[in-house]
Design a protein around this ligand. Structure first.
Ligand code: ZN
Length: 380
């Protein structure tokens, strides 16, 4: 990738409008060490100016524009926005949320009154909150999400210290559901931080607040993957995905959870990061059970199980329906790592409702080393 390509990617992952300072950080993240010269920040600035009609140095393509004029250090991708005002609106909305987070994040737990009325972080009874009077503007016909509320108990497969799986609303107000989902997709598209409001179980008078970014969404699973940040400087997303996609080398897969993975798992009693794993696995495979093709009641199953410290690598996963997940875990069938054949151990195919003979139909395949480990470990 050329320097210019990487600058554009950095803007894209920051939502299209950003401070130079942030562009430098992301650029460093997506470049190899050899690609970072001592004066890389100056070459980035030079590329931006050469490709902006706002600059006297303009001589290339018209890609970038300044947000507040020359020398102010904030730029945007011209084609990502309708006009200057829209870019400004997005940038200022983002900054406002980050400022608010800086102001309140010294405390984790806040009263309902603080969350609802004082700071207007989450209002009303719906899970997704958007202030249409302030955000239904420009391209945002459904507004921009301000916060999501999750009052469910803390299940490890939905909520960990680092991630939350947030399911699309499914209420009797279909149009409203759709609008709310779109408002959260806008947060994804423009990398706008959202507040996550968590219930505290029995104590209904207070809420825990976190700041997060929508890392991905999956229309089949009808869910968003939200990643939490600790401070307003930390930029998680979707940069993580860009870095991950550069590490597509299967030979570097590890059987067991790495140190970094394990550290991320600390807070979870199950010892893994199920929300992130689910999202990775569902993005990697088709949306159906690998052995019976059903498209509902699906789980992301570990091949090397979590209890054996199996990795959260997507190739250590399989999509199975709840029945076949249970059957797999209880040793009713195995997957032969050499030819991907489904070997029935207990009962028979018909009784188990297994309709496939093997997993060769999968476009993306599970990792051989995970299958081998399991095949040997669970001999019977
Ligand atoms: Zn199944």
């Amino acid at each position: 990738m050329s320097i210019l390509d990487r600058v554009v990617s950095s803007f894209e992952s920051l939502g299209g409008v950003a401070k130079l300072k942030d562009i430098y950080d992301v650029y460093k993240d997506i470049s190899s060490k050899e690609e970072i010269s001592k004066t890389f920040d100056r070459s980035i600035q030079a590329r931006i100016e050469e490709n902006s009609k706002d600059s006297d140095a303009f001589k290339g393509k018209d890609i970038f524009r300044t947000l507040y004029g020359k020398g102010k250090g904030v730029w945007y991708l011209k084609d990502k926005f309708k006009n200057l005002d829209e870019a400004k609106f997005v940038y200022e909305f983002k900054e406002k949320n980050l400022d608010l987070w800086n102001e309140i994040s010294n405390k984790k737990i806040h009263s309902n009154d603080f969350v609802r009325n004082e700071k207007k972080i989450h209002r009303g009874e719906r899970g997704i909150y958007r202030d249409l009077s302030k955000t239904k503007k420009y391209s945002f016909i459904d507004g921009i999400c301000q916060s999501v509320l999750d009052t469910g108990r803390k299940y490890d497969d939905v909520l960990t210290e680092t991630h939350l799986t947030y399911y699309y609303p499914d209420t009797s107000h279909k149009t409203r559901d759709k609008g709310e989902i779109n408002s959260l997709k806008n947060s994804y598209k423009y990398n706008i931080p959202i507040f996550v409001v968590l219930g505290l179980g029995k104590d209904k008078t207070k809420k825990e607040l976190r700041l997060g970014y929508v890392q991905r969404f999956n229309d089949n699973q009808k869910s968003f993957l939200i990643s939490f940040v600790e401070n307003s400087i930390q930029k998680i997303l979707p940069i993580d995905d860009i870095i991950e996609s550069q590490n597509e080398d299967e030979s570097k897969d590890e059987l067991f959870a790495s140190g970094r993975e394990r550290r991320k798992r600390i807070s979870s009693s199950r010892g893994n990061n199920q929300p992130k794993f689910n999202s990775d696995v569902f993005n990697y495979y088709q949306n159906q059970c690998a052995v019976c093709n059903i498209k509902y009641f699906l789980d992301a199953a570990h091949i090397v199980p979590v209890k054996d410290k199996g990795s959260d690598n997507k190739r250590n996963g399989l999509i199975l329906c709840k029945n076949h997940h249970k059957a797999f875990d209880d040793g009713f069938f195995k997957i032969n790592p050499n030819n991907l054949k489904i070997e029935i151990i207990k009962e028979d195919k018909k009784i188990l409702n297994i309709t496939r003979d093997n997993l060769n139909h999968l476009i993306n395949k599970p990792g051989k080393m995970y299958l081998e480990w399991r095949y040997k470990k669970y001999k019977k």
